[in-house]
Design a protein. Structure first.
Ligand code: PLP
Length: 418
């Protein structure tokens, strides 16, 4: 098939495509795989119950049902939802926003595709710009969204060692250079894959740098505060008109509805609305319709705070405790889990690459993601990339427990082979 540059770029098998395919096939192949590799949120009974009630309410109301399934929303997204969300964020956090500052997309992955390509790539004046990821490891899903190659620049973090085998990454502001060819800065907070939550001070410094260079700061809030609020540290929900805050209903428990939310200044929302119209006419209505009353009443905040956050925090603590016991005596470190659904395990001086370790685990029917894939924009060799793996702890307790035991066993074996 003779394909365009776009066609080639988006169909060539990159490492990540191969890996995701591999994970998907392993899952489909047999029921006995321990899936600690994906990004699927947990099925939390109380949350599902709440959405089931709401769905029944829609089904019981003829007019609402016909509207949800039978009408296109406008390209900016469902206006009732947009207005209610802006109102909620204004009322609760004092954000100076209204409906002109919010757009809905087909999932935040789609938001990043649009936003990154709006700010990076070739410009009409002949320059090329890139997205700066100030701290790698960063979200694997960014790696391939650029319409052109050579799309990201990223930086190694500063590593702070904490007590009891924990560590934390920080943005290394000494090495951060915002050159002319940077079109926007982006961070995920909490970070997928590490569970790191950049401190309020780090965000303020990045915000200041972005403003000083006339470029936006994109904050990927897929797990963040105020919803789904899978954040175990204290953070302040912040927005200003140089920030683009990307939210999602996925990790609240609705990944199947593909609902992303972007909060940004008016001209950016107008641009995203135009892109929505061209790519999909309008974003899907379903997620916004399901969540609407919870946004109106503010229940989305209490559900996140009282059910979702404690649920994941408990799982994170159990997983860390188990690894501490079962890896005791080896040279392991765990990134301090401050949010999201993942443990980032650093097996220092592991005598295998992260890919080889992944293969060994796969043979034992345990799926994780090798660390090397989480460094978009950082092509230089760095041993650390090969010493880390991402482990998802959102699955059922028994699956996570059995998976962690096998990971610990294989790590011990690898160190012993040295
Ligand atoms: N950002 C981060 C950090 C993620 O982990 C994910 C999904 O795993 C996404 C964005 C995309 O989420 P969605 O497109 O489901 O909103």
């Amino acid at each position: 098939m003779n394909l365009s540059t776009f066609g080639r770029k988006f169909t060539t098998h990159s490492g990540i495509l191969q890996l995701m395919d591999d994970l998907g096939r392993a899952m489909a192949g047999s029921g006995d795989c321990l899936m600690l590799g994906g990004g699927n949120p947990s099925h939390i009974p109380e949350v599902e119950q709440r959405f089931r009630r709401r769905l029944q309410e829609i089904l019981d109301n003829n007019r609402e049902f016909s509207h949800v399934i039978g009408d296109y929303d406008c390209p900016q997204g469902k206006l009732a939802f947009i207005e209610s969300l802006a109102e909620l964020l204004r009322r609760t956090f004092g954000w100076p926003i209204d409906s002109r500052h919010v757009a809905i997309t087909l999932g935040s992955q789609t938001s990043f595709f649009a936003l990154f390509n709006m700010f990076a790539g070739p410009y009409p004046d002949g320059r090329r710009r890139k997205i700066l990821l100030p701290l790698a490891p960063e979200y694997i899903g960014y790696a391939d969204v650029g319409l052109v190659e050579d799309f990201f620049v990223s930086h190694r973090p500063r590593i702070e060692h904490l007590d009891t085998r924990l560590f934390k990454y920080h943005v290394d502001f000494d090495s951060l250079r915002i050159t002319e060819d940077i079109g926007a800065i982006c961070v995920s907070r909490p970070t997928n894959p590490t569970g790191n939550v950049l401190t309020d001070e780090e965000i303020e410094r990045l915000d200041w740098l972005a403003k000083a260079h006339g470029i936006p700061l994109i904050i990927d809030n897929a797990y963040g505060t105020p919803f789904p609020n899978i954040v175990f540290t204290r953070t302040r929900p912040i927005w200003n008109d140089n920030m683009i805050v990307c939210m999602s209903l996925s990790k609240l428990g609705l990944p199947g509805t593909r609902t992303g939310i972007v909060i940004a200044r008016e001209e950016i929302i107008r641009a995203l609305t135009a892109i929505n119209a061209i790519i999909s006419l309008a974003p899907g209505s379903f997620g916004a319709a399901l969540a609407l009353p919870m946004v109106r009443s503010g229940e989305i905040l209490t559900l996140s705070r009282d059910i979702i956050r404690p649920y994941y925090q408990r799982k994170a603590e159990q997983a860390v405790a188990q690894l501490r016991t079962e890896l005791d005596g080896t040279d392991f470190y765990i990134h301090k889990p401050e949010g999201a659904l993942f443990l980032w395990l650093w097996l220092r001086n592991l005598p295998l690459t992260s890919q080889e370790f992944y293969e060994r685990l796969k043979r034992r029917r345990v799926l994780v993601v090798p660390g090397r894939y989480f460094f978009p924009g950082l092509p230089e060799p760095w041993r650390h990339k090969e010493e880390c793996i991402r482990i998802t702890y959102s699955q059922d307790e028994t699956v996570v427990q059995r998976g962690l035991s096998i990971i610990a066993e294989e790590a011990r074996r690898a160190y012993a082979e040295g």
